[in-house]
Design a protein around this ligand. Structure first.
Ligand code: URP
Ligand code: ZN
Ligand code: ZN
Length: 457
């Protein structure tokens, strides 16, 4: 199958150029002008951008959490991702207490196989760090699971103590893996939650009020210190607080390999959303929580100057009418997480590029190229070059997208950006050369997505 994407403006992290792209057998075969037109399919991209497919390195599909499961599975979640211009995700397999990493890997492979519409990889969440599990990390790396998420938050669920984190970090150094850290001081947060509940506080906003920015900053600093002593890189996931960013910036200024991602919700939503009437604040219950609006500029600055390297979604959707109701009378029981897999590229283009915070090239870098490099997907994914996977997005800068739960493709009953009009819209999406989105329809095959073996560092 040969496809020619004609007359578009190709944008990569390094620049832009007007040229055609010839795709052959799922791979980019040629880039240039006047390419052979004897092909099976032509896509006219005149007046449009041709971008490398978005890479979302933080999703939770079909994830057991907070007494229920996130409501997008690998079918609905990856189709929604494709609609939003994302062609590769890295989701999280979860090791159960007393179980092996292999068991978790097999379980998540089964969740994805036959369902995923785009390519996917896995990080591994480790709930505990025994000598056997640390040994097994090497086998996971050989399978292409080259990053491990550890939690300083959620005592009794995912929380890991500092000594175990440190040992796991040391092991990651031996095998060229990367530690992804959920950096919040969970034990102290639990004290604040207990005290708030004792005073009778029930509303969703107390989720945020019991997770202060300083406890994210403290954990971020601690994670970086542990990584420094273990002599390994560390990647801070879903960074929300500018106080935490200060720690990452200081570490990077000292030359440490500290990396961090933020998420659109921390750039476009704020603490004020928790004050919405009734129980609506539950829509935004996620960890870390949304922060003060006036601090968003610090995150934008971090993105601009590369103290933040990536924007992922932490897509972990729960319905307002069902799962979120678990916390109707107790903020601490509201399942943590919000949808975002479909809205990321649109928000970052409209609210990032058009708002003047970042260039178009930087937009490509933080949503695709840098995550691909950090997580061992590059150059197979994350750029547009001869020999790489033809994961391409034809993006129309002149159309608009209006976000609504009525029209989005995520399997969740609300959209945190309901009514927001974003300039720019995804036209056509190719995943390894196959058109999966066209004329606002999913035209790919469910289950065609492949597991991507990622490289170690
Ligand atoms: O609230 C969140 N972030 N839910 C997903 C789990 C996690 O910590 O990433
Ligand atoms: Zn987390
Ligand atoms: Zn997450």
């Amino acid at each position: 199958m040969k496809t020619l994407v004609q007359n578009g403006m190709i944008v990569t992290a390094d620049g832009r150029t007007e040229a055609d792209i010839l795709v052959d057998g799922g791979i980019i075969a040629q880039i240039g002008r006047g390419l052979p037109t004897a092909v099976d399919k032509k896509i006219d991209a005149r007046g449009k951008y041709v971008l490398p497919g978005g890479i979302d390195v933080h999703t939770h599909l079909d994830m057991p959490f907070g007494g229920s499961f996130s409501v997008d599975d690998f079918r609905t979640g990856t189709i929604a991702a494709a609609f939003g211009g994302t062609t590769c995700i890295v989701d999280f397999a979860i090791q159960e207490r007393g179980q092996s990493l292999r068991h978790a890997f097999d379980t998540w492979m089964k969740k994805a196989e036959g369902k995923a519409a785009i390519d996917y990889g896995f990080h591994m969440i480790m709930r505990e760090s025994t000598p056997e599990l640390r040994e097994e990390m090497g086998a996971m790396v050989r399978e292409g699971v080259t990053s491990f998420k550890l939690f300083m938050a959620y005592p009794g669920v995912f929380y890991m103590d500092d000594a175990s984190i440190f040992r796991t970090m040391q092991r990651s150094g031996e095998i060229g893996a990367l530690i992804c850290m959920h950096a919040e001081n969970g034990p102290v947060i639990d004290v604040l939650i207990e005290q708030a509940r004792a005073k009778g506080h029930k509303a969703p906003k107390w989720h945020a009020l019991t997770r202060p920015a300083r406890l994210e900053a403290e954990a971020t600093y601690r994670a970086i210190c542990l990584a420094e002593v273990a002599d390994v890189p560390v990647y801070i996931v879903h960074l929300s607080a500018s106080e935490a960013l200060e720690q990452v910036t200081a570490a990077r200024d000292r030359g440490l390999p500290a990396f961090a991602e933020t998420c659109p919700q921390y750039l476009f939503l704020s603490y004020d959303n928790y004050e919405e009437p009734g129980f609506d604040g539950a829509k935004y219950v996620m960890s870390p929580p949304l922060r003060a609006k006036e601090k968003q500029k610090d995150l934008w600055r971090g993105l601009k100057f590369n103290d933040l390297q990536a924007v992922a979604t932490d897509h972990c959707p729960f319905c307002m009418k069902d799962e979120k109701q678990l916390g109707k009378d107790d903020f601490s029981k509201i399942p943590n997480g919000a949808p975002g897999i479909e809205t990321r590229m649109s928000l970052m283009y409209d609210g990032g590029v058009l708002a003047g915070h970042i260039t178009l090239e930087r937009f490509v870098e933080i949503t695709s190229t840098a995550p691909a490099k950090i997580f061992g997907l590059y150059p197979k994914k994350g750029t547009i070059a001869v020999g790489t996977d033809a994961d391409l997005v034809v993006f129309d800068p002149n159309r608009t997208t209006t976000w609504s739960a009525k029209t989005h493709h995520m399997n969740v009953d609300y959209n945190p950006y309901e009514g927001r009009v974003c300039k720019g819209a995804v036209d056509t999406v190719l995943s390894r050369g196959e058109v999966v989105i066209e004329k606002n329809l999913f035209v790919g095959k469910v289950g065609r997505g492949e597991f991507v073996k990622r490289k170690a560092r």
